[in-house]
Design a protein. Structure first.
Length: 543
């Protein structure tokens, strides 16, 4: 989610380097009569959020919870050569899973983030680890963790000022004097680089019923990594984000049919189950529908920070101090991100096919197209279907237009994805490759899918990024494996047996097993839940 890609600019001695952060463009729209306003809280990027949506009273937007309650039926549609030019040489039928009317805002992938002191003195490279290494920075790591966003649209790892204190980064004197300026649509905020450290992540399921992190064995992460942290006065709106510097080293599996709800510090948090794996882990889920992602710019070769002596700016800081945080570097570029190789758009009689400039962004809860795409579809930004209020890193507000377009297609093998009646926001956002992104594919398009992002893509890494997916199965008692397998069988029985007679206070509590009474589960795994399993035994549906 550091996606409005403006610029990170080192202010100390005006060192002329940049790290991209996507910028939102400002659009002046006239007041609309007979419209209503609804407050929301959706992420566009790590630095900008949508705080409200304005819409005609007779056409309210479809929200995520309403969409989930409806549990829309996904239908198959044959894609023919006459539909799009990509199939002109294709032999045999190609099918798309058609998802009608995705919600305007999707989910945010929330994660637990812990910090250690693990560094490699004098080395600028970042290293992956499939388990935590080093010493935690506080005496109470069970409670001193951060809740962050796993964000493939972020070119850097970022901590809020509050989380820098909570995880011990501030108390351990790991913050340098090097300023990094985050530039938004109407202003800027100041952050600071850190000395190398270790960051380790897992999904919220790792926490016990009291919100404590008592077992870190499922965490993975990286060390010798320099992050940036916010300042309570100059950058109070900076969030905590773990982005591409770690995503390129791991795989992440998202289970949208198994929602996780926890309460942390009085806040109710909701997110899909997310499991993280090393790239060589054979247990990572695999689905038959595949989109090969592209890591671009394509010369990416390493995750590194820049020491101050290399730039000649150390002054009172010792040699080796990161003047520039850890990002993905190439020979001629930095901050590579994941792109989709082919996107088709259509509205009315207008269509644009073969677009390769859409970023795949787990940190964006909405989907975006740029102004050129909107123009090609003959969408009038002065007469939108709805508008959104965007708050940037400085707290400044712009009003941006939105539209419900007829179709958005993502070609894949074996089964394409096609969305109809698709809400999109119109924004111009600079691309790391120069010019503007064609747009952003956000998580509002993935709420009906279980999917895996398999990382890699750097030169010499030996792993190539891809997105695998299948439609979710809403089948009662399909509780195992974690994402379900669309059949109620011995795997589900084994899960019930493993958690037999546990209750919500048990350390291994698995709420998916608590199925009865159906209207209000009783927080105990017992014969009532077994009866639900027996009632649905061997039921099966096609994914």
């Amino acid at each position: 989610m550091l996606k409005y890609r403006g610029f990170f600019r080192l202010r100390r001695r005006q060192v002329d380097l940049v790290v991209l952060i996507l910028l939102c463009s400002s659009v002046a729209l006239a007041e609309q009569g007979n419209w209503q306003r609804q407050e929301v809280d959706w992420r566009i990027t790590g630095l900008s959020r949508i705080k409200a949506i304005n819409y005609p009273a007779d056409k309210p937007p479809l929200m995520l919870e309403q969409h989930r309650r409806n549990q829309p039926k996904i239908r198959l549609k044959e894609i023919t050569p006459s539909t799009t030019a990509i199939l002109s040489e294709t032999k045999g039928p190609v099918f798309a899973a058609v998802i009608d009317s995705p919600p305007i805002g999707g989910f945010a992938p929330l994660i637990v983030v812990s910090v250690t002191d693990e560094d490699v003195g004098g080395d600028i490279n970042t290293y992956f680890s499939d388990h935590p290494v080093g010493n935690y920075l506080t005496p109470s790591p069970q409670s001193d963790y951060a809740i962050g966003i796993f964000d493939t649209g972020a070119g850097i790892n970022l901590f809020s000022d509050i989380d820098a204190v909570k995880t011990g980064i501030a108390g351990a004197d790991l913050i340098t004097s090097f300023e990094v300026e985050l530039t938004g649509a109407t202003g800027s905020a100041i952050t600071y680089t850190t000395y190398p450290l270790g960051i380790f992540i897992s999904d919220l399921d790792i926490l016990d019923s009291n919100g404590l992190l008592v077992d870190d064995s499922e965490m993975l992460g990286e060390y010798n990594v320099s992050v940036i942290v916010g300042d309570s006065v100059e950058s109070p709106n900076v969030p905590t984000v773990v982005g591409m510097p770690l995503a390129v080293y791991c795989s992440a599996a998202f289970c949208n049919n198994k929602q996780l709800s926890v309460t942390i510090d009085g806040y109710d948090l909701n997110t899909p189950y997310i499991s993280f794996y090393s790239l060589d882990d054979l247990s990572v889920p695999s689905y038959s529908n595949v989109i090969d992602l592209q890591l671009r710019p394509a010369d990416a070769s390493a995750v590194q920070h820049i020491p101050c002596e290399l730039l000649g700016v150390c002054e009172e800081e010792p040699d080796g101090t990161p003047a520039y945080p850890s990002v993905i570097w190439g020979l001629l570029s930095n901050q590579s991100l994941y792109f989709l190789p082919w996107v088709n758009l259509a509205d009315g009689n207008d269509s644009i096919t073969g677009l390769d400039g859409f970023m795949f962004d787990t940190g964006a809860q909405i989907t975006v197209i740029n102004r050129t795409m909107a123009s090609g579809l003959h969408l009038s930004t002065s007469n939108p279907d709805f508008t959104v209020e965007v708050h940037d890193v400085t707290g400044q507000v712009t009003i941006e237009p939105g539209f419900d377009i007829d179709s958005l297609q993502l070609p894949a093998a074996d089964q394409w994805l096609e969305y109809t009646n698709v809400p999109v926001i119109v924004l111009n956002m600079p691309s790391p490759e120069g010019g503007f992104l064609d747009g952003i594919i956000g998580m509002n398009l993935f709420v009906d899918l279980n999917f895996v992002i398999k990382g890699g893509g750097m030169m010499g890494q030996g792993y190539y990024p891809k997105l695998e997916f299948e439609p979710v199965c809403h089948l009662t008692a399909d509780i195992a494996p974690k994402c379900g397998d669309c059949i109620v069988d011995y795997l589900d029985l084994a899960e019930i047996a493993e958690h037999w007679l546990e209750d919500s206070n048990s350390p291994n509590w698995y709420p998916e097993c608590d199925m009865a009474p159906p209207s209000s589960p009783d927080s105990e795994i017992d014969f009532l839940d077994f009866a639900v399993l027996a009632e649905h035994w061997l039921e099966e549906i096609e994914p």
